[in-house]
Design a protein. Structure first.
Length: 196
């Protein structure tokens, strides 16, 4: 369970980063506030999601190189409460509407992290074809859905479980699809996709 003091701690972290980050630290993206303030907010994101794009914890998703439209939607859903993860809800509400799009662009412009992965199965599990319809060939993502190839196994399993159990409801199709797939099939799909 996430500590109730996370927003206060993160607020202090943002304040400290605002003081420590030079004005030219962020890419020139149209934002409200100063580039240093925006850069500080993005540094807060990398605290969990990783400086090199590899999250510190396998239950946290890779966001660098992810589709910009997907990132915008998730940040919007965190802001509105359609998706509820305490620390992300707090972080998203610290972003202005201009910063929300800028944050998504900031991470989308980066390259998906190269990292060692477990050996992928030679052929996908049968139910993986259902996922590939939206997540595109080789699970590389596109307009209809985010990239899944190379995403953290633990994150994928937990995200699928949350959809299946109705805990995550910000995509009605995913809720229905995941509820129809057995836990063992979801684990096999996650293992295959994370190894791509």
């Amino acid at each position: 369970m996430i500590n109730n003091h996370v927003p206060a701690v993160c607020g202090v972290l943002v304040l400290l980063l605002r003081l420590a980050v030079p004005a030219n630290a962020a890419e020139p993206i149209p934002i409200s506030g100063s580039p240093a303030e925006f850069g500080a907010k993005m540094l807060v994101c990398t605290t969990c999601h990783g400086n090199d794009g590899v999250p510190k914890n396998a239950t946290i998703p890779v966001i660098v190189g992810q589709q910009e439209s997907y990132l915008v939607k998730q940040l919007h859903d965190f802001q509105t409460g359609e998706r509820n993860v305490e620390v992300m809800t707090w972080m998203a509400t610290t972003l202005s509407q201009a910063e929300l799009g800028s944050a998504a662009a900031f991470f989308a412009k980066k390259s998906w992290p190269a990292r060692p992965t477990a050996a992928a199965a030679t052929s996908p599990p049968p139910m993986a074809a259902v996922c590939e319809v939206c997540h595109q060939q080789n699970f590389a993502g596109g307009v209809p859905a985010p990239r899944l190839a190379g995403q953290n196994y633990d994150y994928l399993v937990e995200a699928m479980r949350r959809f299946a159990d109705g805990e995550r409801t910000n995509n009605a199709d995913m809720t229905k699809i995941m509820a129809a797939i057995s836990p063992s099939d979801r684990e096999a799909i996650a293992r295959y996709i994370s190894g791509l």
